[in-house]
Design a protein. Structure first.
Length: 452
């Protein structure tokens, strides 16, 4: 295939470009990295797409102060569909630098993979976009629009607020949300389901001050023990999330996630069981799941022989499609209050919330994508869920009724996105670039010309 050969030739410049992007410390949090780093990344992205025919590419400031790269590339052929390409240039902070085996902001090749923060999430997807368009050259058979945002990882909602107010700017028939990936290297997939989420911070107070555990322990209420009891009510012995009012019996009908693969992907220690009474896919994509993100209490080192008067926890509740985040948050808070022992004082607040998403997969864009993935990978396209949330998908769906949203990308479990030692398999960049190029060719002949 001519496109495959062309993309193979383009992988050397693709590596150089990804190295350039990874070197930019574009964490969208001024408390951690200078804002100039995100500005550098935005300008880099703008310049590269401008070189590829997005002559009107420009920066748009969004509500949270971040800048999105926006542009369009019209096709000379009339009555062809419009495709919006999405990615984000901001990245997660590197977390513990000592845990990285390679410098986080320096692209490093090791064991056939390219390591560095953002290599997979999501700068690798930006490079895949560029590689696909370079492979097609002047022969892009559809109208293209582009949006690459700069604050997705911080969840501050800049682009989510921008889209409804600038609907015509980004209107398209199909949107490629390139911020997910495959179940494994070489196994193509589209993500068709996203869990929503609710973050809750709960605080428990029992005493006016710390008290000597020898003098008062046994009769004085312990805020930390109360919090532990409340948190213990959120799961049963098998690990199922048990929040009254939330269905925890859902099942997943798409691609299964083999337990042995999950054991490896999740680095589960020998002898430790997986949670829940459903399949791995059920537990990840079809049922609610609560996680304790953090607890405010005395650390082990330096703790005194004292009863804790006040303790707090930050909880993350993931919810499957069909579950309302407001109702889920209320149910979680109600259970925390109901299970609080000894009359302790409980304060609970919803910190953030996002709705789940489920894609419609029976349109021409999905047909074109399935054909493209089959050609690029030599395997049929699977349909996956994802435990993470992408609130922008719901904004797109609400703003453009009828639009086809396809979630794809270069990520897969070994990429370790959001963790130390993030990496990408370069074959995924090549195959996703080929997939995108062939998708645009297929969709030009079968896609609706009526904007969504």
């Amino acid at each position: 295939m001519e496109l495959r050969a062309r993309i193979a030739e383009l992988m050397s410049p693709a590596r150089s470009e990804l190295a350039d992007l990874v070197a930019i410390k574009s964490v969208a949090d001024a408390r951690q990295f200078p804002v100039e780093e995100c500005e550098r990344a935005a300008t880099w992205v703008l310049d590269r797409f401008a070189e590829l025919g997005f002559a009107d590419a420009h920066l748009e400031e969004t509500a949270d102060g971040s800048r999105a790269v926006v542009g369009s590339r019209p096709c000379s052929t009339p009555d062809v569909p419009t495709v919006l390409l999405y990615a984000h240039y901001d990245v997660q902070p590197p977390l513990d630098d000592d845990a990285w085996r390679t410098p986080p902001f320096e692209l490093t090749e090791k064991d056939g993979r390219w390591f560095g923060r953002g290599t997979a999430d999501c700068k690798g997807n930006i490079v895949a976009h560029l590689t696909a368009l370079r492979a097609l050259g002047e022969n892009v058979p559809v109208n293209l629009k582009l949006v690459v945002e700069g604050s997705e990882e911080q969840g501050t909602g800049g682009l989510e607020a921008f889209v409804p107010d600038h609907a015509e700017l980004l209107r398209a028939d199909a949107i490629l949300v390139c911020d997910t990936g495959n179940a494994a290297v070489g196994h193509p997939a589209a993500t068709v389901s996203l869990r929503g989420m609710v973050n809750v911070v709960v605080t428990v107070e029992a005493l006016g001050t710390e008290l000597h555990s020898g003098m008062f322990g046994g009769a004085a209420p312990d805020a930390l023990a109360a919090l532990v009891a409340m948190l213990g009510s959120l799961r049963d012995e098998q690990g199922n999330t048990t929040i009254k009012g939330l269905d925890n019996t859902g099942t997943w009908s798409g691609e299964p996630y083999p337990p042995e693969q999950f054991h490896s992907d999740a680095t589960v220690l020998d002898g430790v069981s997986l949670l829940g009474d459903g399949t791995v896919s059920d537990m990840l994509w079809a049922r609610p799941a609560v996680t304790i993100l953090g607890i405010d209490c005395p650390p082990v080192v330096g703790s005194a022989s004292a009863i804790v008067p006040k303790a707090a926890a930050r909880l993350n509740l993931r919810i499957p499609p069909g579950t309302d985040p407001d109702q889920a948050g209320t149910s979680l808070i109600d259970q925390l209050r109901a299970t609080a022992p000894w009359g302790v004082q409980v304060t609970a607040d919803i910190e953030a919330a996002g709705a789940p998403f489920k894609a419609e997969i029976d349109g021409p864009a999905y047909t074109a994508m399935a054909a493209a993935m089959q050609e690029a990978y030599g395997l049929p396209m699977a349909t996956l869920g994802q435990g993470g949330s992408i609130p922008l998908c719901n904004v797109f769906a609400d703003t453009y009724p009828g639009v086809e949203l396809i979630l794809i990308g270069v990520e897969e479990p070994l990429a370790l996105i959001h963790a130390p030692n993030e990496s990408v398999d370069p074959s995924e960049i090549a195959n996703m670039a080929l997939t995108e190029a062939r998708f645009l060719q297929h969709y030009a002949t079968m896609g609706s010309t009526k904007p969504g």
